[in-house]
Design a protein around this ligand. Structure first.
Ligand code: ZN
Length: 160
């Protein structure tokens, strides 16, 4: 069975960056199971998986614009240290939940200087070229209920 919109797909994958550092992997855990064609995966990876079958392996390089987006310097903001409270000692790389004009978002501390902290609202993988090593484990038809809900039920999916 080939992967197309409305199929439930299980994949084993390893994601590495340009320095061959592993960013994410299903290795040692369950495969990732998702509903194909509804935007659950980044668009560049869905496009490459389209038409492939169980047992296929592929190596895919995805540019930032097809992955987590390009970095946007207007997403940097400088705030006073004292405006960040309740998270303990501030460290570079720390991620915080901020609520602002665009609703809740995750921001990363990228600079601490004197009484000022620079927060970066870009996705941590924005601007990164992504290298996926994928093996397709299973492809099946989604049930009507899964299509209606827009996600997978059962093993590897939602339970409710
Ligand atoms: Zn559901």
């Amino acid at each position: 069975m080939q992967i197309s919109t409305g199929k439930v797909v299980s994949i084993d994958y390893t994601l590495t960056d340009d320095k061959k550092q592993v960013l994410d992997s299903s290795d040692g855990g369950d495969p990732l199971t998702y509903l194909h064609g509804v935007g659950q995966l980044i668009s560049g990876l869905e496009k490459e998986l389209d038409g492939k079958s169980a047992g296929d392996s592929l190596q895919v390089t995805i540019k930032p614009e097809d992955g987590y987006g390009v970095r946007d310097d207007s997403s940097l903001m400088v705030v006073p240290k004292k405006s960040i409270q309740g998270v303990g000692e501030l460290k570079i790389g720390m991620q915080l939940h901020a609520s602002g004009g665009h609703g809740r978002q995750v921001v990363t501390i990228t600079k601490i200087e004197g009484d000022e902290v620079t927060l970066d609202a870009n996705h941590p993988l924005a601007g990164a070229t992504l290298h996926f090593d994928v093996t397709i484990r299973d492809v099946r038809d989604a049930t009507e209920e899964e299509v209606a809900h827009g996600h997978v039920h059962g093993p590897g999916g939602h339970h409710h």
